[in-house]
Design a protein around this ligand. Structure first.
Ligand SMILES: [Fe+2]
Length: 299
């Protein structure tokens, strides 16, 4: 996944520098840019790719809240974080209640608070990107997607668990048989992984990779996916893109790269005649090599 771009707006240059330094210590690499004039910031939001906006509330040329309102009109998907002092607490509460901001920073801030706020903003952005991807590819209508999300929220699982389950649920309406097949493979992966003395983390990666290996098939057009006879050359070329589609979905969600690799390369062969990259031998990871083995073991 590309580095996320964060724009910080504050009329005090010292504060800008301090917050920029704090963000550089964040666990994931971010591209941090700063601006002291909110009018220039609006122009940047209009013309450049910005993923997260962090703005101070009290600025002489424009309040942070006004900047957020104007920015929202330009980029509805932009994640907004408002920075303020305790005296502006009412403004912050109203902004949260109105759904305008995904987080707020109270001065003075602590590194761990910033980490938490950024993690939340990034997760929110990834979820929005994913919903856009799913609806754009006509995998599910927005209404169907809301039903899936509602079912997940009732389950009280962790964000990662919910993501994996959401993805496996995406397969179900497209192809019930494929869904059952994927669940069986996921279960088998655990048994097979034990034979290879994989670590607990690798076992879980293998299980998720096996469960989601054919996720990209939800993006294959129905007349190809459901065709009962042999696919013609052009149809087969389309079908061969499913590992790439699956990897694209998982990357957009910030999934563990080793899981993405299993999904992307589950049709590679050690002799080099697989797809999509024609990888050979040890260019294919052990986890990825185990996944097609599993597929041949299941009906
Ligand atoms: Fe496949």
């Amino acid at each position: 996944m590309n580095k996320l771009r964060v724009l910080i707006v504050d009329d005090e240059v010292g504060v800008l520098n301090s917050l920029t330094r704090t963000l550089r210590n964040y666990q994931k690499p971010l591209e941090v840019i700063s601006e002291s004039d909110p009018r220039n910031a609006l122009n940047q939001i209009k013309t450049e790719t910005i993923d997260i906006l962090i703005t101070d509330q009290r600025m002489p040329l424009m309040s942070g809240l006004l900047l957020i309102h104007e920015a929202k009109k330009l980029k509805p998907d932009l994640q907004m974080i408002l920075k303020s002092g305790y005296t502006d607490f009412d403004v912050v509460v109203d902004a949260i209640n109105d759904g305008h901001i995904t987080g707020f920073i109270m001065k003075p801030w602590l590194q761990r608070e910033i980490d938490l706020i950024m993690t939340r903003a990034i997760a929110s952005k990834q979820e929005r990107d994913f919903i856009k991807f799913v609806t754009k590819q006509h995998m599910l209508s927005l209404e169907d997607w809301k039903v899936v999300v509602q079912r997940l929220e009732e389950d009280e699982q962790s964000h990662d668990e919910r993501t994996v389950r959401a993805l496996s649920l995406l397969i179900q309406p497209k192809d019930a048989e494929l869904y059952q097949h994927s669940v069986r493979i996921g279960e088998l992966a655990m048994h097979l992984g034990n034979q290879f003395s994989l670590s607990k983390t690798d076992l879980r990666r293998l299980e998720i990779g096996a469960l989601l290996h054919d996720l990209g098939k939800v993006a294959i057009r129905d007349h190809i996916h459901y065709k009962s006879g042999k696919l013609n050359e052009e149809e087969f070329t389309q079908m061969k893109k499913h590992p790439l589609y699956g990897a694209e979905i998982l990357e957009a969600l910030g999934m563990d790269p080793k899981i993405v690799e299993i999904v992307k390369h589950h049709h590679e062969h050690v002799c080099g005649d697989g797809y999509p990259d024609g990888l050979k031998g040890d260019d294919i990871s052990l986890l990825t090599k185990l996944s097609p083995f599993l597929m041949h073991m299941t009906p």
